[in-house]
Design a protein around this ligand. Structure first.
Ligand SMILES: Nc1ncnc2c1ncn2[C@@H]1O[C@H](COP(=O)(O)OP(=O)(O)O)[C@@H](O)[C@H]1O
Ligand SMILES: O=P(O)(O)OC[C@H](O)CO
Length: 506
């Protein structure tokens, strides 16, 4: 079987990718396509699920064609996805009743506040590991049922189903209206606010509070088992679909963080740091999430602490698309390198409120410390530094919650191509920052899960053996200076609070 390959679909926030890996975990071919980001109002972010599914089909075809392979060469398919983004569709027609509401979307602010009531944002935290926030799925489903004409009636009649992007892709990949399977895995389910972390099953009481019929919810599976196979009419007929992991959990898996205390940080649209906590469900006292890391077949679930940062790479996109200060994302590095430091400017990108460790839906972005001295270079630098400071906040919370002091930080994702940022990250954290050879760890993690399920790889040891370091950044800044910058950042953060209040209609 090792002459075959494993294909991973990575359905991300900005694009969908299909990547084919060989037995050494090396990339053989890739297909990639961006989809439209739909911003109907301030704070609203949507994707068209029909476009996303078409893109997934196209990128799979592109990767197979680039590698000159067909479905007979593929041992298994793994799926990984942007998490929390929620689709509701009619299972009798296959049509979504509304666009997918993306994880960054803040329209459920009011629903979340009402659900919290007098107890507040921690109402369900001991059961689901998450604070009540606009980030998660349950309130998004409620919004669709409450606001899309006819949706509630169809849901009550048992015709509507919901899912995260993994669920939508797998349902379509396995046949859609003609026999598609309606499933998700434990990692994705742990981001809905509807799954009990201990039982790994839906919590009917929370679903009732959110007025979501249980008939809408997919079946929860492990992250690595054969769920079904590609539909006969598709590009992957008969190929086992055998792995599903939310993208951040997939990256943790692909980075071989299998021991308690091991952590990775992914720099993409947002940043997500996950620390494996083994079979222990560790509650956070410092603004982190408790989530499922992975579950291999019948083995016990492994849990994680997570620090989610909503806006990092997307701030670079914003500089490119909204301000037109750069024409491509990598250009931000050249612009930032035209100056020595941030010139006193700090950019807090609270575009979706602030996630970890603050969970402030009422915050909005701010650029502070401006004087006539500040130029484009300083702003580019402030944009990059924002990612590094937010990461330090999350790392400090993680060390406090877990009692583990990290010796080094494993990193991956698009922004790790930025040398200036990675050096500054090591400087601000005072730990080594290390990137592996295969920086596509998200797709790799999903491929490993699927490959392990079908016996293509034996288990986690293969992942460990295939992991190799490619680059290391070592701290090289005066500690007092790093701490001074970080103190200023913390001050800047406080300036974003209390922006959205009851009088401000967005
Ligand atoms: N050289 C770079 N410097 C800074 N940011 C970058 C660079 N290259 C890509 N990015 C940012 O990284 C993000 C893309 O990373 P990727 O891992 O593909 O994200 P995702 O999986 O979230 O779609 C984009 O937001 C982009 O702005
Ligand atoms: O698509 P990404 O890589 O930005 O990841 C999105 C996260 O899963 C959101 O929780």
């Amino acid at each position: 079987m090792s002459d075959k390959y494993v294909l991973a679909v990575d359905q991300g926030t900005t694009s969908s990718r299909a990547i084919i890996f060989d037995h050494k975990g090396t990339i053989v071919a890739t297909g990639q396509k961006e989809h439209e980001q739909i911003f109907p109002r301030a704070g609203w972010v949507e994707h068209d699920p029909v476009e996303v599914w078409a893109n997934v089909r196209n990128v799979v075809a592109e990767a197979l064609s680039a590698a000159e392979l067909n479905h007979n060469d593929i041992a298994a398919v793994g799926i990984t996805n942007q998490r929390e983004t929620t689709v509701v569709w009619d299972k009798t027609t296959g049509e979504p009743v509304y666009n997918a509401i993306v994880w960054q979307d803040t329209r459920t602010g009011k629903i979340v506040e009402e659900l919290g009531g007098e107890i507040g944002q921690d109402r369900y935290k001991d059961r689901v590991g998450l604070p009540l926030a606009t980030y998660f799925c349950g309130p998004k489903v409620k919004w669709i049922l409450d606001n899309v004409e006819g949706a509630r009636e169809k849901a009550d009649a048992g015709n509507l189903v919901m899912g995260t992007m993994d669920t939508w892709v797998v349902w379509n990949m396995t046949g859609g209206v003609s026999g598609g399977i309606h499933i998700t895995d434990v990692t994705n389910a742990s981001r809905t606010m509807l799954m009990d972390l201990k039982t790994l099953d839906w919590d009917p009481e929370i679903a009732a509070d959110m007025t979501i019929p249980m008939s809408m919810l997919p079946e929860i599976k492990s992250s690595a088992e054969v769920y079904g196979e590609g539909r006969a009419q598709g590009m992957l007929p008969g190929v086992p679909i055998a792995g599903i992991l939310g993208d951040q959990q997939a990256a943790t898996f692909g980075q071989a963080c299998f021991e308690s205390g091991m952590a990775k940080n992914t720099y993409g649209t947002g940043n997500f740091m996950l620390m494996n906590t083994g079979e222990d469900i560790v509650p956070s006292k410092n603004g982190l999430l408790t989530t499922v890391c992975y579950k291999i077949g019948d083995k016990p679930a492994i849990y994680a602490l997570e620090g989610s940062i909503a806006v990092t790479g997307s701030l670079v996109q914003w500089l490119r698309d909204n301000l037109k200060m750069i024409s491509s994302a990598p250009e931000v590095e050249q612009l930032a390198a035209t100056v020595e430091d941030n010139g006193g400017a700090y950019f807090v990108p609270a575009f979706s409120g602030l996630f970890a460790p603050y969970w402030r839906s009422d915050a909005r972005g701010a650029l502070v410390g401006l004087t006539r001295y500040v130029n484009r270079g300083h702003i580019a630098r402030a944009v990059l530094e924002a990612t590094a400071y937010q990461t330090r906040e999350v790392l400090e919370a993680m060390e406090a919650d877990s009692g583990v002091k990290l010796a080094e930080l494993k990193v991956d994702g698009g922004m790790t191509a930025n040398n200036l940022l990675m050096q500054f990250q090591a400087d601000v954290l005072d730990v080594d920052v290390v990137r592996p050879v295969v920086a596509e760890t998200t797709a790799l993690g999903a491929a490993y899960a699927a490959g392990i399920a079908v016996g293509y790889w034996e288990g986690e040891q293969d992942v460990i053996d295939n992991w190799a370091e490619s680059k290391r950044w070592t701290p090289d800044m005066d500690r007092a200076e790093a701490d001074r910058l970080f103190r200023n950042w913390k001050k800047a953060v406080t300036r974003t609070f209390d922006w959205v209040d009851e009088d401000v209609v967005e």
